[in-house]
Design a protein around this ligand. Structure first.
Ligand SMILES: CC(C)(COP(=O)(O)OP(=O)(O)OC[C@H]1O[C@@H](n2cnc3c(N)ncnc32)[C@H](O)[C@@H]1OP(=O)(O)O)[C@@H](O)C(=O)NCCC(=O)NCCS
Length: 410
């Protein structure tokens, strides 16, 4: 997507080139309260797609940034589909609340509507920013905190193959292979380009926050990436283990890798970032051993209601007319008929019939991966049922067999 410079109250926006990376990275470091240095620049370089990046300029100075990464996201029933991963959003502190982010959002969505992916997704730094731009909270993650040695139920099968700690260079090809074998079946997971791997596991000193470098525990069919830190208290060692990702191809391998991170000596507590319906909780002898805290994860935006809704499959047949509100993308506003057949495939077309449900486009984004129910949003006053029975059926149709999980922030 290429954008010609446009004027907006003396500010201009344009597509970037390679040469813009240092200024782009400097805007981001300043916006995220980080010192700008070579490590930060190197981490931004891993995923930089200049032709899909924008800078907002005050004269010659870049004061705003935003970028679309070319990724694929797994959606219910249809596997991976192209998705624009929105990232690198930052506005210089002296230029805030003058509409810079709004310029970037409008430019991104107009470009995606013309030639891009049917959906956009992002991780938000703050929960109040993106709803106004049509993004809905689509997935959450849970942080589990467990005491070292938390026991499993006796019927849990633990794969006997050994788990080994491997140096990064040896571990990377193995864990990439394991990820490749599992991601396409997990709603909410993203494909991983080389750059995405580099970014995901970027490990410069400041990002460690006093902990060790990433450690890699690898089983033939599963892995965990974690950090730790030496800590001694009066009653003895209480080092924390923080698991960044834990991935396994089947339940016994999952049990083996969980067992491994739970049983590391000298550890007090193990915390892990996992999907909200993580099986680990149901494998514990005492489920309350796991303290669970929920956080926002992926926000999803339907770029084009028709393209996006037709790209996924649905749990049950349904035939409804949706009255969609979308101020930012007027091409989405109005009535759409969503007709889902026995095979779960949907036809989506403009309709003049009376609507069955009325909702904002952000509610559709929230429901899109099956992680937020339309019925829940209706209870929150964000979806209106106009024909009795339409809500329950449509809400059910958007669900999938498992909760979506996205554990890769980008
Ligand atoms: C978040 C950020 C990008 C907003 O940029 P901005 O140029 O000030 O935003 P805009 O002026 O276009 O604001 C558009 C609207 O969003 C609102 N808004 C902006 N930032 C907000 C925030 N952090 N929380 C809630 N609302 C916010 C504005 O009040 C404005 O509302 P209005 O339309 O009712 O007037 C900027 O504050 C920033 O760089 N923050 C630090 C880095 C960051 O968090 N980036 C986002 C990464 S996901």
């Amino acid at each position: 997507m290429s954008v010609a410079p446009q004027s907006d109250q003396l500010l201009t926006i344009r597509t970037l080139t390679d040469a813009d990376l240092p200024a782009f990275s400097a805007v981001l470091a300043s916006a995220f309260l980080i010192d700008h240095n070579d490590d930060f620049l190197a981490s931004e370089r891993t995923v930089f797609e200049p032709a899909r990046s924008h800078g907002v300029f005050d004269g010659a100075e870049m004061i705003g940034s935003g970028q679309l990464l070319t990724r694929r996201l797994v959606v219910p029933g249809a596997g991976p589909i192209p998705a624009a991963a929105v990232t690198s959003i930052g506005v210089a502190p002296g230029h805030r609340r003058r509409g810079v982010l709004s310029m970037i959002m409008r430019t991104q969505l107009a470009g995606l509507h013309e030639t891009g992916e049917p959906i956009a997704a992002l991780w938000a730094s703050e929960g109040g920013i993106y709803g106004r731009f049509g993004y809905g909270l689509a997935t959450q993650y849970v942080r589990l905190a467990l005491p070292r040695g938390a026991a499993f139920r006796r019927d849990v099968e633990v794969d006997p193959a050994p788990v080994r700690e491997l140096p990064r260079e040896q571990a990377l090809p193995l864990i990439r292979k394991i990820y490749e074998s599992v991601w396409a079946d997990r709603v909410g997971y993203l494909d991983r380009t080389d750059g995405a791997w580099d970014y995901h596991l970027f490990d410069a000193e400041p990002s460690r926050r006093g902990q060790t470098a990433y450690r890699f525990a690898v089983h033939p069919e599963g892995y965990a990436v974690y950090r730790t830190r030496q800590e001694w208290q009066d009653r003895g060692p209480r080092s924390p283990v923080t698991v960044r990702t834990l991935v396994a191809a089947n339940p016994p391998a999952y049990a083996a890798i969980c067992r491994y991170v739970l049983d590391i000596d000298l550890v007090g507590e193990v915390t892990m970032r996992l999907a909200v319906d993580e099986p680990l909780v149901h494998m514990l002898a005492d489920s309350r051993a796991a303290v669970r805290t929920m956080f926002d994860a992926l926000w999803v935006r339907l770029v084009d209601v028709d393209r996006a809704l037709a790209a996924r499959r649905y749990a049950v047949p349904v035939d409804v007319v949706l009255e969609v509100a979308d101020e930012l993308c007027p091409w989405n506003a109005g009535r759409w008929r969503l007709a889902v057949g026995e095979d779960g495939r949907a036809e989506v077309e403009r309709s003049a019939a009376d609507p069955d449900l009325a909702l904002g486009v952000e509610a559709l984004g929230a429901a899109y991966l099956g992680g937020t129910r339309l019925a829940t949003l209706a209870a929150a006053g964000r979806v209106r049922e106009l024909r009795r029975g339409a809500l329950a059926r449509t809400s059910l149709a958007f669900l999938h067999d498992r909760e979506p999980g996205c554990l890769e922030d980008f």
